[in-house]
Write a protein that binds this ligand. Structure first.
Ligand SMILES: *Cc1c(COP(=O)(O)O)cnc(C)c1O
Length: 361
């Protein structure tokens, strides 16, 4: 393949081209250091500037007040599934979990493995996770409510966050962080593996409200304690420097080129609407997520047969449209259309889909 393709991969996923170009241009000599960003010390002024700029841009983009700390951890979002119950459910506290698919299920499993007390207060498993539950009976004195805001595999997303009363939410935002403005008023913590919407694999962004840090027990391993990272500006040990550097550039692109999360949201809605409208008006393609629960980030759909789906994915890649195969656990097709994916990519995808429908329908 000579040219860059339209990349619809779910993660690792497309990055903004200007970010990749900036990395390329400064790769051998970062910021006058005479070294690559992959060679400078994480204790240097060069890297301090990178991580602090990434934190400040996160604070501005999400309009965080000074109660929140922005951290970068390793182990992906999956490590958070383990750390959350370990850090916040000592002393017999209990938490509510909402199960909306594969990743929520994994988060629940990690709490159960540790014998922590949790309650699954809502689940959409009865309909193969094709919708987001409503009218959820939350527990008044729960330590937190855990939910997955966007379900990367099933293609559903909370349109708005539920009202959990006084109980703080802990939200897995791996696949929709920074895709739209966020009301932080009842959020205790959000976390996101970088490789979906904000960078390359390696770092997991964690935004945590200070009062949750008071729940963290002393006797847990240092590398699994939020306090370790919160007290050392994420540099207790060597952080994933290159991933954090790329995140910084992506956030700069979001602020300076896109113009913030309201603008990003408008673009994302336009993109998703274009694709869903076409799918809904066709008898050949079928969206799998229920209206009202559909993800603006991962559009999941089926064709009339698995054979046609296989041919569809193969033909698409020949046309420079990559990553359209659904997750191996669910089959079907999926177009992941994160922030960097432009409207031109959606237009090209829709015209390919029209052509394929004509040939095969
Ligand atoms: C991809 C994904 C994860 C797992 O992320 P890792 O960084 O690979 O551990 C967790 N939650 C959601 C919503 C995801 O999309």
């Amino acid at each position: 393949m000579q040219e860059r393709i339209h990349n619809f991969n779910a993660g690792p996923a497309a990055l903004p081209l200007p970010v990749l170009e900036e990395i390329k241009d400064s790769f051998l000599n970062f910021s006058g250091s005479g070294m690559s960003i992959t060679e400078v010390s994480h204790r240097s002024k060069w890297f301090d500037d990178v991580i602090n700029d990434a934190i400040e841009r996160t604070q501005r983009l999400l309009k965080l007040n000074d109660q929140y700390k922005v951290l970068f951890l390793q182990g992906g979002a999956s490590m958070q599934f383990c750390m959350i119950p370990l850090n916040f459910l000592s002393d017999g506290r209990s938490a509510d979990y909402i199960n909306t698919g594969t990743w929520s299920t994994k988060a629940i499993k990690e709490a159960q493995i540790q014998n922590k007390s949790i309650k699954i207060v809502a689940s959409s498993e009865d309909k193969n996770f094709c919708y987001i539950p409503e009218n959820i009976p939350f527990t008044k004195d729960a330590a937190f409510v855990h939910l997955t805001s966007n379900n990367t595999i099933k293609g559903t997303q909370f349109e708005s966050l539920p009202d959990t009363g006084n109980v703080p939410m802990i939200i897995d935002m791996s696949s929709d962080i920074m895709s739209r403005p966020l009301d932080m008023s009842n959020i205790g913590m959000i976390y996101a593996g970088a490789q979906k919407n904000i960078g390359p694999a390696g770092a997991c962004m964690v935004i945590i409200r200070q009062d949750l840090l008071d729940l963290v027990p002393d006797h847990i391993p240092s590398m699994l304690s939020y306090n370790t990272f919160a007290s050392k500006n994420s540099m207790y040990n060597t952080p994933p420097c290159f991933s954090i550097y790329t995140i910084q550039l992506v956030l700069k692109w979001l602020e300076d080129t896109i113009g913030g999360l309201e603008k990003m949201d408008a673009q994302n809605r336009e993109k998703a609407n274009l694709l869903y409208d076409y799918i809904d008006n066709s008898d050949f393609y079928n969206a799998t997520a229920q209206i009202g629960s559909r993800s603006l980030m991962n559009v999941t759909f089926r064709l009339p047969s698995e054979d046609l789906e296989k041919t569809f994915v193969e033909k698409a890649i020949n046309e420079g449209l990559g990553g359209l195969k659904g997750h191996r656990s669910v089959g079907g097709c999926r177009a992941s259309i994160y922030n960097p994916t432009g409207i031109n990519a959606i237009n090209d995808l829709v015209s390919f889909m029209k052509g394929f429908e004509k040939q095969s329908g």
